[in-house]
Structure formats: structure tokens, C-alpha cells
Design a protein around this ligand. Structure first.
Ligand SMILES: [Zn+2]
Length: 371
């Protein structure tokens, strides 16, 4: 890597030729119109990165003269920072003050320079009401509608405003989180990748992936590939098998059972239902909900993780969580759009599924339904 001026300086001071990594530079409030994407799994310090920019701004704001002129474009001063959270995020840190930008291990209080929005239209209003603010930190920008990516690109080109977007880009399936995440990547001017140690107890590798798992009777149960894409919940460990836990895992320890099953079996069953033949899907879900060993899901996992050259029994724990049929239905209805509301209600009735679990997950995934 390019060790730059500080490497040169250390060498001149007589340091041996080591790997000199550039340390975190203080935030650049001078360059106009940047769109910084800060990516990394949970626990990699994305929010802490934002909190540092906030702290840097308190120093920069005390500067006068040229320093002040350099950070200004027209009416906009990039040293003035505003933090924007998703409204749904408030539940995550209930013990902190309303105006806190909270991260693991601390928080910054932002006074009236912190707000929450539901969508890109509300961001537009917030920006109009605070037209002097030149640096906008949009926490978890990928949770908003796609339009937000273009709104930020427009505002930064037109007025020199900078945006900092700490965001998940990959979901627990190791896929680009959603269309908004894709557009944020396309429209960014700078990307800061953050990593964390793999949290598997035997491992110290660098890790980029977010791993979703459930805890049932103290056992680690990896989430199925078809687990509901979005689950809105708290940040603390859960043990009822309905609320997920997250951690960061490397490639080897990121278990994702049921991916093959999702495409090889589940989705085709949903496609048959979409064409009017719902019986095969009903039969499979009936097995999953009633006697899971009779299901094609069980057979698929068994041949992949037990009866194979390189067994990985922890993957079988995925079968221990409750509401597996409900999860499969959320995937087919809310994500794949393969079932009608009427078909969904029919399956819920026939299989006596957990309505409370289903309505919560359907509204999490923006497909609320009276069931
Ligand atoms: Zn690992």
C-alpha cells in the first residue's frame, strides 16, 4: 500500500521499514460534494465512524478565516453536521437520550442536529429546513427508498453538500442488501470498508459478512436462506427462536443452510401456486409445520450437511427454530410475489399458522396484510 507522507516521515525518523498503515484521517470538510459510503458488517464500527465526524466538526467549527471559507459553498457550511436516523431505529437504544447518536460503547449528543425520517421525501423537507447544513450523516441509508440515492447525488452536485452513509451493503444472505444499497454504491464518491473479527470462537480472521442466527436451548441455529429478509427488532440477544441474533463471521463460519432448497424446491413450489396449483406447496408446508423429517427441506439439509464427505452438523440446527413454514411463506409472498393474499390466507387457515409472527414479519417487509 501507499504509505504516503507519514511513512516517509517515520522512515526519516529512523523507524525500520514496517508496514505503515494510514491511521484514520480526520474528516475532510473542505472537498465539496462528496458521497461517502461506509460499509461493513454490524459491529465493525460504522456508527462510531459517524460519531468521529461529529466530534471533528466540533473542532472545525471553532476555526475562523480561511478555514471557515474553505468549508463553505454558498450558504452551505460542511462543518455543520446533521445526523439522520431511520424512525424505526429508535427502538434499538432505548436507554439513551433522544438526541443521542449511539454506538456500541458510547454516544454523542447532537441537540437539534439529529432527526429521523421515514423516506427520501422527509429527508428533502429536513434539508430544506436546515439549508445551511453541509454534511448530512444518513445512518443505514439502504433502509430507505431508492430515490434517496439520487436525491443525495443531486444535492451534492448542486449545492456542494456532502453525505456520509454508514450502511449495511450485504444482507445476511451475503447478497447486496437491496436496490437502494446498489444505487448507493453506484453513486458514491468514496467508499470506506470496515471489517470486524470473525466472532466464531475458534477464529480470528477478518470478516465482512453479517451472520443471522437464532438461539434455541442454548444452541446456535443458523438462519435459513429464505428467512424473512427484514426483521425489525432489538439489538440484544434473543432466545425464543423468533427474534434473530446477528454477528460477524468469515466465509468459513458464515452458515447459510437452505439456499439450494430455496431455489431448487421452495421457489418452484411458489411458482406452481402462482399458476393455480397450490397443493404441492401446501403438502410441503404441512410437512414442515407438522413432521419436519418428512419434508423436502429436511431431506435437502440432511444430504448436504450430514450424509456427505464434509459434515457440518451445526447447519442442521436451523431446523430447531419455530415458524419455519411461516418464514417460507413470507419469502414467497413478500419477497418473491408468488402468492396472492387470498392464497396466503388459505394456507394460514389450513395449516393453523402463527398469525402474530406472520403479521409482524409481513409488515417488517413492507407487505402488511390483515390475516
Ligand atoms: Zn471464522
Amino acid at each position: 500500500m501507499d504509505i504516503g507522507d507519514s511513512g516517509e516521515l517515520l522512515r526519516n525518523l529512523g523507524f525500520p521499514l514496517l508496514n505503515v498503515h494510514s491511521s484514520y484521517a480526520h474528516h475532510d470538510f473542505v472537498t465539496p460534494g462528496r458521497r461517502l459510503l461506509v460499509i461493513g458488517p454490524m459491529g465493525s464500527g460504522k456508527t462510531e465512524f459517524s460519531a468521529r465526524i461529529w466530534r471533528d466538526s466540533t473542532v472545525a467549527l471553532r476555526k475562523k478565516g480561511l478555514a471557515a471559507a474553505l468549508t463553505t459553498s454558498g450558504a452551505v457550511d460542511r462543518r455543520k453536521v446533521f445526523v439522520v436516523r431511520a424512525s424505526l431505529d429508535k427502538a434499538r437504544f432505548p436507554d439513551y437520550p433522544e438526541d443521542a447518536l449511539a454506538y456500541r460503547g458510547g454516544f454523542e449528543r447532537c441537540g437539534d442536529r439529529i432527526g429521523s425520517i421515514k423516506d427520501s421525501f422527509q429527508l428533502e423537507t429536513l434539508m430544506a429546513d436546515n439549508s445551511e447544513v453541509g454534511t448530512w450523516i444518513i445512518d443505514e441509508a439502504a433502509f430507505f427508498d431508492e430515490r434517496i440515492a439520487y436525491l443525495m447525488a443531486d444535492e451534492s452536485r448542486r449545492r456542494g453538500v456532502s453525505f456520509v452513509c454508514p450502511s449495511l451493503v450485504l444482507n445476511f444472505r451475503r447478497e447486496i442488501f437491496n436496490q437502494t444499497a446498489r444505487l448507493l454504491l453506484e453513486n458514491a464518491t468514496d467508499v470506506f470498508p470496515l471489517t470486524a473479527y470473525c466472532e466464531h470462537e475458534d477464529c480470528l480472521k477478518d470478516s465482512l459478512y453479517t451472520y443471522r442466527y437464532y438461539s434455541v436451548d442454548g444452541k446456535e441455529c443458523p438462519a435459513f436462506y429464505f428467512d424473512p429478509l427484514i426483521i425489525i427488532g432489538g439489538d440484544r440477544a434473543k432466545s425464543d427462536g423468533k427474534e434473530p441474533n446477528y454477528c460477524t463471521r468469515c466465509d468459513e463460519h458464515h452458515y447459510l443452510p437452505g439456499k439450494e432448497y430455496s431455489f431448487f424446491t421452495l421457489k418452484p413450489l411458489g411458482e406452481m401456486a402462482a399458476r393455480g396449483n397450490i397443493a404441492p406447496l401446501l403438502a410441503e408446508l404441512n410437512a414442515i409445520a407438522g413432521n419436519i423429517r418428512e419434508s423436502r427441506l429436511y431431506a435437502s439439509l440432511y444430504s448436504r450437511y450430514v450424509e456427505c464427505e464434509d459434515p457440518c452438523p451445526v447447519q442442521m440446527n436451523a431446523l430447531l427454530v419455530p415458524c419455519i413454514a411461516e418464514r417460507a411463506l413470507v419469502y414467497l409472498y413478500a419477497e418473491q410475489n408468488l402468492l396472492s393474499a387470498e392464497q396466503l390466507r388459505y394456507l394460514i387457515r389450513e395449516l393453523a399458522l402463527d398469525k402474530e409472527y406472520l403479521s409482524r414479519r409481513l409488515s417488517d417487509n413492507r407487505r402488511p396484510l390483515e390475516i
